[in-house]
Structures are given as C-alpha cells and as structure tokens.
Design a protein around this ligand. Sequence first.
Ligand code: ATR
Length: 289
Amino acid sequence: MASPGGRDRVLIKSCVIGWPISHSRSPLIHGYWLKQLGIDGSYTRQPVEPSALAGFIRGLSDAGYAGCNVTLPHKEDAFRLILPADASTERLGAVNTIYLRDGRVFGTNTDGEGFINSLMDSQPGLSLKNSRAVVLGAGGASIAIVNVLLEQGVSEVAIANRTRAKAQLLRDQFGSRVMPVDWDTAADHLSECSLLVNTTSLGMKGQADLVIDLSRLPIDAVVTDIVYTPLRTKLLMDAAQRGHGVVEGLGMLLHQAVRGFSLWFGEIPRVNPDLYDLVARDIDPAYAR
Ligand code: ATR
C-alpha cells in the first residue's frame, strides 16, 4: 500500500491462533501497544483448526506474518513444528510464541517469564531464592511455572494435583526439588511456604471455587492465581482478607505478551496500569481500580 509520502508502507502483521479463538484478549493487548508506540502493525485473531495447524505455520511467511501467538489446543503440536529458540522451551515441549528469522520458524514459551515478571512487578520485596513454594495443578501452565520457579532458585516446590501421577511426571522431569503431594493434603504443606500458586482451572467463572485451608500459610507468604476470569478469585479474596500479598492472573497474561511483541514489532512494550485497566474492564465491565 502506498503511504501519503509516496513510499511503500510496510505493515508488520501478527496474530493469535487457536481453536476456538474468539475469547482471546491478546488483540486488545497488542493493539494497545501498537497504538501507544505508533507502530504500523496489525494483530488479529485467526481461528485455526487442529488439522490446519501445520499448513498455517508453514505458510506464515507467505501470508506476510512476522510470527504469531499460539493458544489452546495448539501449544504442544506447534512445538513439534518449529525450532525451539531456547533450552527452556525445549524442556517445556510447548510454545506460545512463534517468530520468523532468516526464513526459519522459531518458537518460544513466554508463560514462565509472564508469571515471574507479573509476580515481581506486584511483589518486589518477595525473595524466592532458597524458599519453598506450593503449586496446585500439574497441567501445561504448571510446568512453565515450576520451571521458572526452579530457575529462580526455589529450594522446594510441592505440587498437589488431583491426578497425582501428573505431579510425579514433573518430579521425573525436574528432579528432587519437586515434591508431589496428595491433592487432599495440600494445606499441610503451606507452613514454611513463601508462595502459593493456583494453576488449576478451579475458581474460574463457571467452575467450582478452589477450597483450601490457608491457616498454616505464613502471613508474609504471597498467593497467586493464574485464573483471571474473575479478576480476583475466591482464593485471592480469602488470602487478601488474611493479609497476604496477592497477585491476580491478569498480570501474567499481560507480561507473557511482552516478548512476542518485541520479537515481531521491534520495540519492548511496557505493562502499565492503563493497559491493566483496559483489559480488566473488558473482562469485568464493573471493574474499577
Ligand atoms: P493448563 O494448560 O491451563 O494448565 P490443563 O493442562 O488442562 O490446563 O490443566 C488443568 C489443571 O487443572 C490440571 O492440573 C487439572 O488436574 P488433573 O491433572 O487432575 O486433571 C486441574 N483441574 C481441573 N479441574 C479440576 C478439579 N475439578 N479439581 C481439581 N483439579 C482440577
């Protein structure tokens, strides 16, 4: 397309792919940054069914994309179709961010840094080195979070999952700092714990609440939830009422988007309160800071 100045305008394109994809808030996030930074780019939702995934990824370059985000149910299948960009992604076996370099398709996973940057942004005084954490759940999000907690020097991560065998798989993968525990005994492991993370879908709109007795949790421990619909889950409300620092799941969603944006559009965007409020209002029109 010709620009008013006569020179060819180069529109940088990215998108998020999933099946279904209509719920994704990523266009709101990247659209905010594109506008804020004055970048001539676009970021759209693309429904891609599982049988079309390989073709879509192969065709990214011809379709003019700089890359894309990948969400459910494609994160693991996409991993098998790209070159892992780093050792962390190799360990996780799942990608959420794809980008093109020198004609090749690379993939990376930004869920772990999204989690940790959101946590540290909100709780700058929290020290994780040699601390203990309890993680509820052992699905895809849990693997990324356990990986980053171990990278941060956490000495022990107790993982309670309804299906204990999946917590055991994380122990097999990450070694003796990971301790699988029975789902029903999670509360017994909260003493001496600095961080409690819910990675299950419990507490999400339409699902049962997560019920856990927090009475053994040291009062300076931080409680986080990856669920962001509602913005503040019952777990976080209970924890806040007890005086714990709490970190809402929306922060992770915003922070995980940063690296993809910089890979495609060439500038590092900031997660600021304005963006938080914009997405929070989209989730809950009654939201007020
Ligand atoms: P994600 O990629 O978001 O982690 P997932 O891989 O489907 O999603 O994992 C969902 C997590 O929520 C799992 O740990 C799951 O426990 P199981 O491994 O036993 O399935 C947990 N979960 C979902 N519903 C649950 C429930 N009703 N009670 C307890 N845990 C639940």
